[in-house]
Ligand binder design. Structure first.
Ligand SMILES: NC(=O)c1ccc[n+]([C@@H]2O[C@H](COP(=O)([O-])OP(=O)(O)OC[C@H]3O[C@@H](n4cnc5c(N)ncnc54)[C@H](O)[C@@H]3O)[C@@H](O)[C@H]2O)c1
Length: 269
């Protein structure tokens, strides 16, 4: 159902890789709520072809950008403003990657070159994006910027590895930049801490499917699906949430507030 919550709004969505990607759902929901968007992903992801299909279905131009490259980000921002016909109302950062996770390096045996890449791709890219947008005056007043994160930034989930530290940095960047963007341009910056979700990035984590089941049982509402996360993003991009900024917002079916759930232990209530 569309309420046209994003009518006349322009935005950029990072990180739609395939139909499982959280960003894929966000792109679909934003367009169905009346927004016009540009899709972007790393050049290697563009070559895989699936995002092209989303781009043509949503009539959303596709611009390649490595989120760690300032040059690519500046090109993306200026081209998007040109194509969409004005400054941006919203941006979704939906990017995460760890070579340590991919190559099976454990947290006590990290490769530090990989670690730098984890931070650069998964966290510092958020700073680079916002610094470029601020310098280029690319955001409309009362615009909204979001990044997706995970509760491993606050609590220990051993197999989440160096991504936990990257998420802690990402959330801190959201808060710190939120101050500057809010004061200078009345733009809000938040992070959404999402339930485990079956995606390429998610299922790269060791033991993910067992953990997915654990989180589902622990959460009174169950794990939050990607489609619901997309609805939450739409709400955060809309004018209904103008005064919410510098927050880490849990979208997790209640997981973050639980200590113990009898369902986990198969106890009768
Ligand atoms: N899946 C989960 O369980 C879960 C839970 C909470 C938060 N998140 C977060 O949601 C976000 C999206 O992940 P997802 O689960 O949809 O998986 P996904 O694999 O579909 O998305 C990750 C995206 O990051 C992109 N990317 C990687 N390196 C890049 C670079 N250098 N430049 C630009 N883009 C790059 C990939 O191409 C991909 O599109 C990530 O930040 C992830 O950490 C995921």
């Amino acid at each position: 159902m569309s309420n046209n919550l994003l009518a006349n709004k322009r935005g950029i969505i990072f990180g739609a890789l395939d139909e499982q990607s959280i960003a894929w759902h966000v792109a679909e929901k934003c367009v169905s709520q009346g927004a016009r968007i540009v899709l972007t992903n790393a050049p290697v992801a563009l070559r895989m072809g699936k995002i092209q299909e989303l781009s043509s279905r949503l009539n959303a131009p596709l611009i390649g950008a490595d989120a760690t490259s300032l040059e690519d980000l500046e090109n993306l921002l200026s081209q998007s403003m040109e194509i969409l016909g004005g400054k941006l109302d919203f941006i979704l950062h939906s990017i995460g990657m760890s070579l340590n996770v991919r190559k099976g390096k454990t947290y006590t045996d990290l490769n530090y070159e990989f670690l730098q890449k984890t931070y650069d791709i998964s966290a510092i890219s958020f700073h680079k994006l916002m610094q470029s947008a601020l310098k280029m005056d690319a955001m409309e007043e009362w615009g909204s910027i979001l990044a997706l994160t995970y509760i491993a930034a606050q609590r220990v989930f051993p197999d989440y590895n160096d991504m936990a530290d990257a998420k802690a940095l990402l959330e801190s960047i959201g808060r710190s930049f939120g101050y500057h963007f809010g004061t200078q341009k009345k733009v809000r910056v938040n992070t959404i801490s999402q339930s485990p979700t079956m995606t390429t990035a998610g299922s790269g984590v060791k033991g993910f499917s067992e953990f997915f089941g654990y989180a589902d049982k622990m959460s009174p509402l169950g794990n939050a699906p990607a489609e619901n996360c997309a609805n939450y993003c739409v709400a955060m991009f809309s004018d209904l949430t103008r005064m919410v900024t510098m927050q880490n917002l849990y979208h997790d079916g209640g997981f973050s507030a639980m200590g113990m759930n009898p369902a986990i232990l198969n106890l009768n209530q």
